[in-house]
Design a protein around this ligand. Sequence first.
Ligand code: PSV
Ligand code: MN
Length: 404
Amino acid sequence: MSDIKYEILAEDLEKQGVDVSKTKELLKQQHIETPSWGYGNSGTRFGVFYQEGAARNATERLEDAATVHKYTGVSPTVALHIPWDITDDWEGLKQQASDLKIGIGAINPNVFQDQEYKLGSVCSPEESIRQKALDHLLECVDIMNATGSQDLSLWFADGTNFPGQANFRQRKTWMYDALDAVYQALAPDQRMLIEYKFFEPSFYHTDLADWGTAYLLATKLGHQAQVLIDLGHHPQGTNIEFIVAYLIDEGKLGGFHFNCRKYADDDLTVGSVNPQELFLIYHELVTAELDPDTETNIAYMIDQSHNLKPKVEASIQSVCNLQTAYAKALIIDREQLAEAQAASQIIDAERILQRAAETDVRPLLQRVRIEMGIDPEPLTAYRKSGYYKQICQARVGGGGQGWA
Ligand code: PSV
Ligand code: MN
């Protein structure tokens, strides 16, 4: 298994004090959850673009997720969106997942698409709509019990579009009361992850607009409620890595929705526009992971709809980008960094990060994959497999559930 590039890199890393075998072990244990909605037809609010071979139902979405796991080795679970992935046979779906060697991960309720939710869901001015939304959230807890899922991943489109449209404090109470009712329904080993987003689809105010709002609610609700960071949900220029560090320190970071943005909630491939930001986020995550005094339980999930790229390929590419960011963060010399920070050697501290960020970790990741018994080049191996041709032939007709 000799590979000259890997040998040179490993020797260099060891010289820098990196424990290469521990790094490889951590990379093998990485766990990235892919979203079922990344495999079906999707689009923007201006229209849906249909792709050949796109998954048409939950069964096919599971097949695609399993394929991504087969080639990456680190994406063993898939998140479901309800009702897009609804079935009347949860036992059957769970069995299918297990036959495909994957598991069902977070359950994402959908309280934003029905006509009745035009003015909000749990914060709707109409009592019956608030009740409908709450019933759906509780139904999703039942689904978690049926699938064995531990995380309920909550996102609300609730907000208003015009000044004076609604009473903020009234809506704040409605939001809290609904979340509290759901919280009470959780089993002790289940969590509620609260996602925030500063605008869209509402353009004047959003009821859960930022990490402060999500944190406040999660804190009031209790330890089974935590914050979920979606990388696309911040205003331009937000220092997300600082939010990550802060929430970890408060024991309130529950999960991620990885994607990438340039302007708004663009849902671009994670790491595609700003890999440095992703690296700095991972730096905070790894610092916490390697600290024996810091407890974390973070769900690493992708939230992307691939409107233009072939979906399975885009998912493989995304998982690989997350491996790269993790690997680069793992090889940071944290001891030297702590020394530079203590001595206020700003340039040196920055250079320590830079050295890791500029390291070509591809030979390391290739070696990790070989040791995991998979192909060192996931995308190439997938392309050679014939899977795409097979799904294009098999999946004819039907726009599919979801955005379509
Ligand atoms: C909303 O923009 C979001 O980020 C939420 O997580 C949804 O569940 C997901 O995208 C899919 O619409
Ligand atoms: Mn999201």
